[in-house]
Design a protein around this ligand. Structure first.
Ligand code: NDP
Ligand code: 8X3
Length: 252
């Protein structure tokens, strides 16, 4: 039987990396993407004993490189059955009036435009093969707006809209599309948001049990192993301690 192949963006860390490890357990071949080739190599050598692994090193902002890389996937690697649009980050946490324009550019360019470029490179292949499954990693920030979240929230609201747009446009081709919107997951996310301030990053997850990237990977595995007629279209996942972006029950 032909094994499925998944392309995962942002596979060098956090949710993407855990998803690669989880999908390998399901015998799914992997195309792992990110900017840090050393991490891609490391993951490839860890997983290659169970599944086929190909790595693609590109910045999702680099339109030409995105298309070149995805079009250059070796033919013997087979079709892309599953696309996990996961690459993304928050940059900064500032009020709109003092926000850093470079941070705004990064969030819009990576979380929105980068996701679109990768999707544009993959979707025609899925249409040709008349099958495919796209999972867009949104966020609770795509459902709510919290203080100082402004542009990050806007970028994730865009992912929510793109997810719905893909659903309606790709419905006729039998392609499944769904989004997973996590709340607080302890990854490198806050280290990136706070530009390497580890103490500030750690404080985000103090006093409660946050989600782990493995929790989200487990849910992604559940989503992609449903029968063909079942599509998980839109899923919010919180740690039990969280009720909204701003309501988190801390331990006494
Ligand atoms: P991490 O910082 O741990 O991982 C982010 C991943 O995205 C890395 O693999 C990174 O790879 C990749 N990435 C970032 N920028 C680029 C770029 N310009 N080009 C290519 N790849 C890029 O964070 P998470 O695992 O937490 O984040 C994954 C997704 O989950 C993001 O979309 C995030 O918004 C979302 N999310 C996270 C939540 C959380 O609380 N952690 C909650 C809700 C959603 P590299 O640096 O090697 O390029
Ligand atoms: C990441 C979760 O609450 O920092 O999307 O926006 S949050």
């Amino acid at each position: 039987m032909k094994m499925k192949t998944a392309l995962i963006t942002g596979a060098t860390s956090g949710i993407g990396k855990s998803t690669a490890i989880e999908l390998a357990k399901h015998n799914i071949d992997l195309i792992l993407c990110g900017r840090r080739q050393d991490r891609l190599n490391q993951l490839q050598s860890e997983l290659s004993n169970s599944v086929k692994v190909h790595t693609l090193c590109f910045d999702v902002r680099d339109k030409e490189k995105v298309f070149q890389s995805i079009d250059g996937i070796p033919k013997d690697f087979g079709s892309i059955d599953i696309l996990i649009n996961n690459a993304g980050n928050a940059h900064g946490l500032d009020p709109i009036q003092t926000g850093n324009i470079d941070d705004w550019d990064a969030m819009i360019d990576i979380n929105v435009k980068g996701l679109l470029y990768v999707s544009k490179a993959v979707i025609p292949k899925m249409i040709d093969q008349k099958s495919g499954h796209i999972i867009n990693i949104g966020s609770i920030a795509g459902k709510e707006v919290y203080p100082n979240g402004n542009v990050y929230c806007a970028s994730k609201h865009a992912v929510d809209a793109i997810n719905k747009g893909m659903q309606v446009d790709l419905n006729q081709y039998g392609i499944k599309v769904g989004a997973i919107h996590p709340g607080l997951v302890e990854t490198e996310f806050s280290n990136v948001r706070f530009k390497g301030d580890d103490q500030r990053a750690d404080s985000v997850y103090k006093g409660f049990d946050p989600l782990t990237p493995e929790d989200i990977a487990d849910i992604i595995a559940f989503v992609i192993t449903r029968p063909y007629h079942v599509n998980i279209a839109d899923l919010i996942v919180f740690p039990t301690a969280q009720a909204s972006s701003t309501v988190v029950k801390k331990k006494l």
